[in-house]
Ligand binder design. Structure first.
Ligand SMILES: [Cu+2]
Length: 270
């Protein structure tokens, strides 16, 4: 719950980089070891020819995430549920290892684990004391708890695509109008020359997320705290609004909101 404290306290200059390669059909290396209290960048590289997952939900719940990063952008979330990497692409996970233990990693695509795509992650050392972890209960998390059911039940063939274009310094359109229960692909394009955020935390907490997707892979999380898109790149958010209301969106980079990078998301319906 206090992942932010670990991320702030960590010495990111001392970050260690660890790489895991996904292949047909193995994780290489099969076993990863991290030390509690230390910051890491885990490069999840798909060196194969098919899409693969690096899923380790219990491990993902035992670390303090700073972000996931691709060549398209950055994703901030309380934790990640699954990471899918496209062939030849890479997703980097930045975190501080927190809770010692043994965790499983697996590719959840049918038949892949059985063919060898599984591994072990060990976090060594003692539970950090300064800061000390405040461990939350996922089932009590302040987000849409039945998102999985809503995503499965939805008719994604009826999905609507809504595009927001970010530039210096505006969101176009400034106002988005969405409906409760309707599946959307929210396309966030950065057609500017600088990095920009599309941050709308209360909105993101109020929707059922299916996934975020970009050219590198797919990222699943209970919700996203912030999405950053690099210049010339694009991130797609697949989601279903569940609550009517009016929400703010903004770019959280210093000075950008004041210069015009803000907007509204209005959700109507039941
Ligand atoms: Cu900006």
């Amino acid at each position: 719950m206090n992942a932010g404290d670990f991320v702030s306290a960590a010495d990111w200059d001392a970050m260690e980089t660890v790489r895991v390669e996904l292949n047909e059909f193995s994780f290489s290396p099969e076993n990863l070891v991290f030390e509690a209290g230390k910051p890491y960048k885990l490069e999840v590289v798909n060196a194969g020819t098919e899409k693969h997952y690096f899923t380790a939900e219990e491990f993902y719940g035992a670390v303090a995430f700073r972000k996931a990063q691709t060549s398209e952008g950055e994703f901030k979330a309380p934790y990640f549920k699954a990471i899918e990497v496209f062939p030849g692409d890479q997703v980097d996970l930045y975190f501080v290892a927190v809770i010692p233990g043994e965790y499983d990693s697996v590719c959840t695509i049918e038949g892949h684990a059985e063919s060898g795509m599984h591994g072990r992650i060990t976090v060594t050392g003692d539970v950090p004391t300064s800061p000390a972890p405040a461990v939350g209960i996922v089932a009590e998390g302040d987000w849409v708890q039945d998102a999985g059911e809503r995503v499965s039940a939805a008719d994604w063939d009826s999905m609507r695509t809504v595009t927001v274009d970010m530039g210096e310094f505006s969101f176009t359109p400034e106002n988005l109008e969405l409906e409760v229960g309707q599946p959307y692909k929210l396309v966030i394009v950065n057609s500017g020359t600088e990095k920009h955020y599309f941050t709308a935390e209360p909105f993101y907490r109020s929707v059922a997320f299916r996934k975020a997707q970009d050219g590198s892979g797919e990222i699943k999380a209970p919700y996203f705290k912030a999405i950053e898109v690099f210049p010339g790149e694009q991130v797609d958010l697949y989601l279903i609004p569940t609550v009517a209301g009016s929400f703010d969106s903004l770019c959280t980079i210093d000075g950008h909101a004041e210069s015009g990078m803000h907007g509204h998301i209005t959700v109507t319906g039941a």
